[in-house]
Design a protein around this ligand. Structure first.
Ligand SMILES: [Zn+2]
Length: 199
């Protein structure tokens, strides 16, 4: 090997090494599609019989930023039914708040730079903790009735396109946000899931 070709090959090795250092690895929890949070992966057997996305909620005196899922006609019979992660992700909140009861919030990477968040509220049990990496369809909790059994059993489910605290609600100083404001932070859950089913 000539001195010149040796220098060139060392330079190539150096470039590959530097290139390797700047390569951004995909997050382990990168999504491979979205399923529904209750029932089978297609959401069958369940329906949004409570408030739908952007319905006016008399309970909270605001627009409803998510969907209320039930087994039709089950009443409180769906208490304890399994709740699944809608996609691969990282648990960023698992705890209690006075408005929503037991809540799990999961961050999902659509790419290394684009994220959405799914939130599951009024849970009876929480089966995951903060920092845990979960896979699509992993059981993350069970359907409950909210704080002090305030509600008929159902899953309150939100999909967010912003990094909001677990207790975020589309209201400021008691004043409800309008639908345009809500849609700046929240996604229509069922529409988004239908558009992003696994291959
Ligand atoms: Zn709700």
């Amino acid at each position: 090997m000539t001195r010149k070709s040796w220098i060139i090959s060392m330079f190539v090795v150096l470039l590959i090494t530097l290139g390797g250092c700047t390569f951004t690895p995909s997050p382990l929890w990168l999504v491979d599609g979205f399923d529904f949070p209750v029932g089978d992966p297609n959401g069958q057997g369940w329906a949004i019989t409570g408030y739908a996305f952007l319905d006016w909620s008399n309970v909270s005196n605001s627009l409803h930023p998510g969907e209320d899922w039930n087994i039709p006609g089950a009443g409180n019979g769906d208490q304890g039914e399994l709740v699944y992660a809608v996609a691969n992700g990282e648990v960023v909140f698992s705890g209690w708040n006075t408005a929503l009861g037991n809540v799990v919030l999961i961050k999902h990477a659509l790419s290394p730079y684009d994220f959405v968040w799914s939130q599951y509220a009024h849970l009876d049990q929480r089966n995951v903790s903060v920092g845990e990496i979960v896979s699509r369809r992993q059981i993350i909790g069970t359907v409950g009735r909210g704080p002090e059994n305030r509600f008929a059993a159902h899953l309150h489910f939100e999909l967010r396109k912003a990094d909001l605290p677990a207790n975020a609600w589309p209201r400021t100083n008691g004043q409800a946000w309008n639908s345009t404001q809500v849609k700046d932070y929240w996604l229509n859950p069922s529409s988004f899931i239908k558009q992003n089913r696994p291959e």
